[in-house]
Design a protein around this ligand. Structure first.
Ligand code: BF8
Length: 673
């Protein structure tokens, strides 16, 4: 059970090193040498100044443990906890309840639910915007196309829209279904059987369990409103129901991801494996560098399209540049990586460092996960920060509002701005000398099935199931989520991947975690020879040969952005259906070791609700309630079959994840190590 000692373990991890990526460390040193701050600098400063006051956690002990309540104007209240210890240098009443009477259990569980509501709101709003783009495209109001018709028909088929309709009609029906799943129905019926996508996409046994536990989501916005209502003062006080609502919101979030992924594929194409590069120095001194950051790939699609036209190539030549070099960051980075082979410059911890190279002419952001560190850093360099969405404005930025109906005009304006800014570059640049890593990305479910079908055209899942049964693939671990300066950044995902690969566990990755693996060289086919166990190596070799690569597949499969966590759920669901079982029985585990955002918390709980064990290495603010800790790490195994595992040490965490895989294999009657 997690306890206060976990904070010491967390500290031990971050004090080893700040990042395992040499190019990132090189840029941190450079920026700090200029007397400027990075995310890493500020993390260290917090640690140093708070250690004197709060030796247990290095941050505020109350906040770290989740026993600080700021929900109403009587507060804030900090309730006493045996592990906080007294006396403190600050005045805290020796009291185990807030002014209103709320206990630590209530406060911790309520704070935890509020995290989920924000995370799910972010994904659901993006999903709504994406569905509106599909709807407008179906109605001929945008210049996007229904690029992947096969995917369109497959999604329509899953939702039960068969026969006779045109592609545009199918797209409209899908878009309206998604909008109803996100926003609910206004007729009082309120999707009462649960979200259409959840019913269509999750294994029937999982759907039945969610309904039995009363955590089947009805629609994102309704479930979010319920969560906020429950969290209001004078409402819910029972930690169990707070936690169950957090799972319900988590499943709603997971479905928002699934819907968004499907629409991205329909509009932009379903990815298939492609070679690309990952690292800060994918920027090019001689070209106009445009960094794309965010979560709305329809936006960068148009920028990429127009950057290749003669009109803009001529404009580039006029300012003396050799071309336009678009690089990606975070989830937008993962989206353009898998569909356009555009190199990944980094995650959000590399944003300000990238700007400090002095060669980024425009930094374009849409929504989510861009830290203020970025625009603060841009003020010191020539980089133009371009914001695009009403919900994510930042000071001093050039705001060019993006609308799907006017996407072409938007792209042209953004390109003009970047090209004109090239002339304002400072004379000196500072690009790290470290070569970017080779990587393969684009493992959509369809791409995986396509490769597997080369081995068994009739039943493509059979080779995968056979290899799992035989122990050649001992299990599967999804590494997902963010990167955090609270640990040795990038280290946890790479250590966990290496430990598990050596035991023949296949690793799949999404979002910033996949980027971490890329910086660690784990998305490269060369890593297969180096890190995979012998049995897994043979499988990856056979699949690589079947795919016509003449080489093995990489040992970590990059599934895409964070919304593409849904691809992992789809693949696992397909396995569960094929084996007529539940996700909770399959040897599939998750690590979101370096989770940072509210989004990663709500996805994590969605995964726990569906039956996955989910590891996190950063200590979540739940330690102040033994009840909540027990619910999430122990009791949940009986309820959903999933659970949270908290362990800052990636080596011991990998062992625990392996134990979970072994237990599940035993449950299925399969061979174990
Ligand atoms: O959604 S992994 S820091 S970029 S939240 Fe954000 Fe975390 Fe990165 Fe995309 Ni996901």
């Amino acid at each position: 059970m997690p306890n206060i000692d976990l904070f010491a373990k967390e500290k031990e991890q971050r004090s080893k090193l700040r990042t395992s990526d040499p190019a990132t460390q090189y840029m941190i040193d450079y920026v700090e040498g200029l007397g400027m701050d990075t995310v890493f600098t500020r993390q260290k400063r917090y640690e140093e100044s708070f250690m004197g006051i709060f030796p247990k956690t290095g941050r505020c002990d109350f906040g770290s443990m989740g026993i600080c309540c700021r929900q109403c104007l009587m507060g804030p209240c900090r309730v006493w906890h045996k592990d906080v210890g007294l006396p403190l240098r600050i005045n805290t009443p020796n009291q185990s309840r807030g002014t209103c009477g709320a206990t630590a259990d209530t406060i911790v569980a309520r704070n935890w639910l509020v995290f989920h509501a924000r995370g799910c709101a972010a994904h659901s709003t993006t999903c709504k915007d994406t569905a509106e783009t599909l709807l407008k495209t179906a109605r001929g109001e945008t210049t996007y196309e229904l690029k992947d018709k096969a995917k369109l028909k497959a999604v329509a088929g899953k939702l039960g829209f068969n026969g006779g309709a045109s592609d545009a009609e199918l797209a409209e029906k899908i878009a309206l279904t998604v909008l109803s799943d996100v926003m609910g129905k206004p007729d009082g019926e309120s999707n009462k059987d649960g979200m259409a996508f959840a019913n269509a996409y999750l294994p029937p046994k999982v759907v039945a369990r969610l309904k039995e536990l009363e955590i089947m989501p009805t629609s994102s916005f309704e479930d979010l409103a319920d969560a906020d209502h429950q969290a209001a003062i004078g409402m819910m006080a029972d930690p169990y129901y707070f936690i169950m609502q957090s799972l319900k919101v988590g499943v709603a979030d997971m479905m928002a991801l699934a819907m968004t992924t499907e629409i991205h594929d329909i509009l932009l194409g379903t990815p298939s494996p492609v070679p690309t590069k990952i690292g800060i120095n994918v920027v090019d001194e001689k070209q106009i560098n445009i960094a794309m950051h965010g979560h709305i790939p329809t936006l960068c699609e148009k920028l990429i399209e127009h950057s290749q036209t003669k009109e803009f190539q001529d404009k580039v030549a006029l300012v003396g540049a050799e071309g336009i070099n678009i690089v990606g960051l975070c989830c937008t980075g993962a989206e353009v990586l898998q569909r356009h082979q555009i190199p990944l410059a980094g995650n959000n911890l590399q944003e300000d460092l990238l700007i400090a190279t002095g060669v980024v002419d425009a930094f374009i952001m849409d929504v989510q996960c861009s830290y203020p560190s970025t625009h603060n850093m841009a003020e010191n360099f020539h980089t133009k920060v371009i914001t695009t969405m009403k919900d994510a404005r930042v000071p001093m930025a050039d705001h060019i509002p993006f609308k799907a109906e006017k996407a072409d005009e938007w792209a042209k304006q953004a390109l003009e701005l970047a090209i004109n800014n090239f002339a304002k570059r400072p004379g000196k640049s500072h690009i790290p000398p470290h070569e970017p890593k080779d990587a393969i990305a684009g493992f959509s479910v369809e791409a995986c099935v396509n490769v597997l079908s080369k081995l068994d055209a009739e039943n493509p899942l059979k080779p995968l199931i056979d290899n799992i049964v035989a122990g050649n693939i001992y299990g599967v671990c999804l590494v997902a989520g963010c990167t955090s300066p609270k640990l040795a950044t990038d280290e946890a995902y790479n250590v966990i991947a290496k430990e598990l690969l050596s035991k023949n566990v296949l690793i799949v990755g999404t979002g910033c975690a996949a980027g971490s693996c890329g910086r660690g060289g784990m998305l490269d086919i060369k890593a297969t020879e180096q890190y995979a166990g012998e049995k897994l190596k043979a499988v990856l070799q056979a699949l690589g040969e079947a795919a016509g690569l003449g080489a093995p597949l990489p040992p970590v499969w990059h599934l895409g952005s964070c919304v593409d966590n849904s691809r992992a759920v789809s693949l696992t669901s397909a396995l569960a259906v094929a084996l007529d079982t539940e996700i909770k029985d399959l040897p599939v585990v998750v690590s979101a070791a370096e989770a940072v955002t509210e989004k990663s918390v709500s996805i994590g709980s969605g995964a726990v609700a569906l039956g996955f064990p989910v590891h996190i290495a950063v200590v979540p603010p739940i330690v102040g309630s033994a009840t909540v800790v027990k619910l999430l790490t122990e009791d949940m195994k009986e309820l959903t079959g999933g659970c949270y595992i908290v362990d800052p040490d990636p080596k011991t965490a990998a062992k625990t994840l392996l134990d979970h895989i072994t237990q599940r294999r035993k449950g299925l009657g399969l061979s174990v190590l």
